[in-house]
Design a protein around this ligand. Sequence first.
Ligand code: NAD
Length: 290
Amino acid sequence: MLRFDDRVAIVTGAGHGLGRSHALLLADRGAKVVVNDLGGALDGTGASTGPAADVVELITKNGGQAVASTDNVATPEGAAAIVAAAVEAFGKIDIVVNNAGILRDKSFGKMTVEDFDNVLAVHVRGSYLVSRAAYPYMKEAGYGRVVNTSSPAGLFGNFGQANYSTAKMGLVGLTKTIGIEGARNGIRANAIAPIAWTRMTEAILPAEFEAKFSAERVSALVAYLVHDSCEVTGEVFSVGGGRVARVFVAEGPGWQSDDLTPEAVADNWASVMAEQPYVLTAADSMKAML
Ligand code: NAD
């Protein structure tokens, strides 16, 4: 059994849904957990101490260790307070699961700048700020595990979610770069693109999906990714309904000419669009151009 004894984890947005499930699983397997949740509505308005406190109470009742934080991930002060809560209560920080999220869905033409900025603030800025606050502790310890929460909407696009999909693809870049930079200090970062039945999706998923798409089926992957034994870094995984699959950003073989004209591009479009054989890194992409 993969256990987390002596490990300290922060799970943001852990008062409901996926975050709650991640926090319960990690605590059940021995981790000391900071249960962070602002306790607002789905669109990010409002705040309440209830959700984080309820999850802490449940963990404690089950014999685990947890503290609550109702700080906002989207401000530097909030992120610093979340990490300080971990250090004060448990002395260190090993694991960060950036999960907090909000929705402000609107079609592209109708989306306001405020809807765009607020969604990016919680997902991208929040994941950046909490990871940034935890990073010095991880670097010093030569150990760290970060999981960021992307989405199929970000990887593949989705109607009405220009803000959310921008944020969720942004998290892929953040994840890959933390993975590259953190490697020499034992810090691994990965992203998940989940599908689960939560308050965020209950209005759009068919009712019969509730059991199959349980949050617990996503938490199983998260727990593996943040375990000591997991060496994986810089990867993205689609996860839901009991299925886990690698998602990757790849570049096809392309078509090359020393005399590249607009007409040559048009004439060779099928080769431009070819998918195999592909490369997976910026270095290999550059090599292919030489
Ligand atoms: P949820 O609404 O149940 O949980 C999100 C939690 O984040 C809430 O408890 C909320 O209070 C908290 N939160 C929001 N803003 C916060 C802030 N500024 N600071 C701290 N906490 C804050 O939804 P969920 O489905 O469990 O979503 C969890 C994550 O998974 C989100 O990032 C979401 O975008 C992502 N996601 C979910 C699905 C899905 O199918 N449910 C699919 C793709 C991605």
